[in-house]
Write a new protein. Structure first.
Length: 109
C-alpha cells in the first residue's frame, strides 16, 4: 500500500491488478472519501476532486469538514500513573498538556 496527500488529507492507495485500477481512501476520518483511477495522474486528479467535493458538500450543509487530526485525544491511565505524570509536569514547570506533548514529541522523534 502507498499513501498520498492533498490539502492536509492523507489517503491510502491499493492497486487491483485484475481490474487494472488504483483505489484510494482518505484515512483517519469518520466520513468516507474514496476515489479511483487507471493511471497515477488520473488517481491524483480523482483524489483532489474527491477532497474538493467533500469540502464543498460540507460548506453547502453549513458543516465544518472533518479534519484528519484535531490535535486532541483522550488517554485513559491508572490513577497512580495520572498522579505521577501530573507531578512530573509540575516539577518541569509545565502544564500537564505541555508536558505530555513534549514527552510524546521526544518519544516519536
Amino acid at each position: 500500500m502507498n499513501t498520498m496527500a492533498y490539502q492536509g488529507y492523507e489517503a491510502v492507495v491499493t492497486y487491483d491488478e485484475d481490474a487494472e485500477l488504483f483505489h484510494g481512501e482518505v484515512m483517519n476520518l469518520r466520513d468516507v472519501i474514496t476515489f479511483q483511477g487507471r493511471s497515477v495522474a488520473e488517481l491524483k486528479k480523482a483524489f483532489a476532486e474527491s477532497v474538493t467535493d467533500y469540502l464543498a458538500f460540507c460548506q453547502a450543509r453549513g458543516e465544518e469538514p472533518e479534519k484528519p487530526y484535531s490535535g486532541q485525544f483522550v488517554v485513559r491511565v491508572e490513577p497512580a500513573l495520572h498522579k505521577s505524570v501530573v507531578t512530573a509536569a509540575k516539577r518541569a514547570g509545565l502544564s500537564l498538556n505541555k508536558w505530555v506533548a513534549a514527552t510524546l514529541e521526544r518519544a516519536s522523534g
